[in-house]
Design a protein around this ligand. Structure first.
Ligand code: GTP
Length: 108
């Protein structure tokens, strides 16, 4: 089975479960069959006042200095896997569009 991309949705409000979520994400990130597959990490529920910020989420997921940049970043002639964090609110229909647009540039 060919996987084009991975979208990983984290509940940014459920801080108690960040460690659990990081563990699952690490397992996917270290899966050899996904080594070159773009990863979109969505931090959901930012409409809630105590939801984690993007920086907090990045930190707790162990992604600080590991994300590859928003906007158009050409990784074509590198073997760097595209990975970015976008914050969103699914109920408010906000934020994930940017994430999916970012991801689409890396899908052949
Ligand atoms: N405030 C808010 N609630 C949301 C959002 N997206 C989903 N929900 C709510 O979250 C609930 C579903 O919940 P989760 O507990 O996140 O679901 P889950 O990931 O399937 O379950 P767990 O594995 O137990 O976390 C529903 O009541 C949704 O309405 C959002 O962007 N903002």
């Amino acid at each position: 089975m060919k996987v084009d991309a991975v979208v990983y949705l984290v509940d940014a409000f459920d801080k108690e479960r960040f460690a659990e979520s990081k563990k699952e994400l690490d397992a996917l990130l270290s899966d050899e069959s996904l080594a070159t597959v773009p990863f979109l990490i969505l931090g959901n529920k930012i409409d809630l006042p105590y939801a984690a910020s993007e920086d907090e989420l990045r930190y707790h997921m162990g992604l600080t200095n590991f994300t590859t940049g928003k906007g158009k970043v050409n990784l074509g002639d590198t073997n760097v896997r595209p990975l970015e964090v976008f914050m969103c609110s699914i109920v408010r229909k906000m934020g994930y569009g940017e994430g999916f647009r970012w991801m689409s540039q890396y899908i052949k």
